[in-house]
Design a protein around this ligand. Structure first.
Ligand SMILES: NC(=O)C1=CN([C@@H]2O[C@H](COP(=O)(O)OP(=O)(O)OC[C@H]3O[C@@H](n4cnc5c(N)ncnc54)[C@H](OP(=O)(O)O)[C@@H]3O)[C@@H](O)[C@H]2O)C=CC1
Ligand SMILES: Nc1nc(O)c(N)c(N[C@@H]2O[C@H](COP(=O)(O)O)[C@@H](O)[C@H]2O)n1
Length: 248
């Protein structure tokens, strides 16, 4: 008997992740990350793990191509040194996509810990990062990052003294960003879920156990997450759950 591979239809990403619903005065916020069966997004002491298989990783890159901006916290920059680019060709994208454009990287970083030698600041990086901080940051470090191409935005501080999410979204709106893809890490996922400002939620679940030594996707166990409009998509060995957080 010959094995027949059924190609994966990625069109669900166009329907659900960026639905026509465009909130007033802020970008559409998509929260997406990959976790193990036991809810871990990284290994011991934050060790970066490749949890997504090639098919679900492709979904992540399609999502990147569909968003104007992509956000990670400074913890992820320091730990993973990500590129946050789209590594697909036009032929890889679902038919609704007309070009391969990299999203604008956005980083939340209260004290400008952003490393000057990060991949996002290399001359080969297609879009230099927008770094969102609060007042009181180191002005010399700011000048150093700006000289390397970063753009620094100063936001109002939240109750913890970190950049305010509502202010961030309003500045992104002023910068004409219609959509924001939030990739993580753990601190950022928790902040966005608590903010009630997530419009679409897509989680890749990989069939592996990491164990208690790993980093949990959701750090604040007191805030339960309830989802509506749920769909499940088989992406090779992984499952992607697509849903909308319930607004109570
Ligand atoms: N599997 C996956 O899909 C992904 C996994 N990861 C993993 O996540 C881990 C990193 O997670 P973590 O260390 O929590 O880092 P985060 O990337 O979540 O960054 C957290 C830091 O961001 C800063 N920050 C600024 N503003 C805010 C805000 N409003 N809310 C929350 N944080 C804010 C804080 O630092 P400061 O106070 O200095 O500003 C905080 O410590 C890594 O191990 C990485 O590999 C990351 C992304 C995706
Ligand atoms: N979708 C997904 N699956 C995984 O298994 C992951 N570890 C991640 N991590 C995220 O991707 C970033 C790395 O991006 P680049 O490949 O450098 O562009 C990493 O920092 C996490 O945000 N995502």
């Amino acid at each position: 008997m010959t094995n027949v591979t059924i190609p994966i239809d990625y069109n669900f990403l166009l329907d659900s992740s960026l639905a026509l619903y465009k909130p007033k005065g802020r970008p559409h916020v998509t929260l997406t990350f990959a976790q193990s069966l036991d809810g871990k997004i990284a290994g011991k002491q934050g060790k970066q793990l490749t949890l997504s298989g090639s098919d679900s990783m492709k979904a992540t890159h399609i999502l990147r191509a569909r968003h104007d901006t992509i956000l990670v916290g400074i913890g992820t920059v320091l730990n993973d040194d990500p590129r946050l680019t789209v590594r697909l060709t036009l032929e890889d994208l679902p038919s609704g996509c007309r070009s391969v454009e990299h999203p604008q990287p956005v980083i939340l970083d209260s004290t400008l810990r952003f490393p000057s030698n990060a991949k996002l600041l290399l001359p080969s990086s297609p879009k230099k990062p927008w770094i969102f901080t609060v007042s009181g940051h180191d002005h010399q470090k700011r000048a150093e990052l700006e000289a390397l191409g970063a753009k620094i935005f100063v936001l109002d501080a939240d109750a913890q003294g970190r950049p305010s999410i509502t202010h961030l979204l309003s500045v992104l709106h002023q910068q004409s960003a219609g959509s924001l893809m939030v990739e993580g890490g753990a601190g950022i996922i928790s902040t966005f879920l608590k903010s009630g400002l997530v419009d679409s939620f897509l989680v890749t679940i990989a069939p592996v156990y990491v164990g208690d030594i790993g980093v949990s996707a959701m750090q604040d166990t007191e805030s339960a997450l309830k989802l509506d409009d749920i769909s499940y998509h088989s992406l090779g060995r992984d499952v992607m759950i697509v849903a909308k957080p319930r607004r109570e």
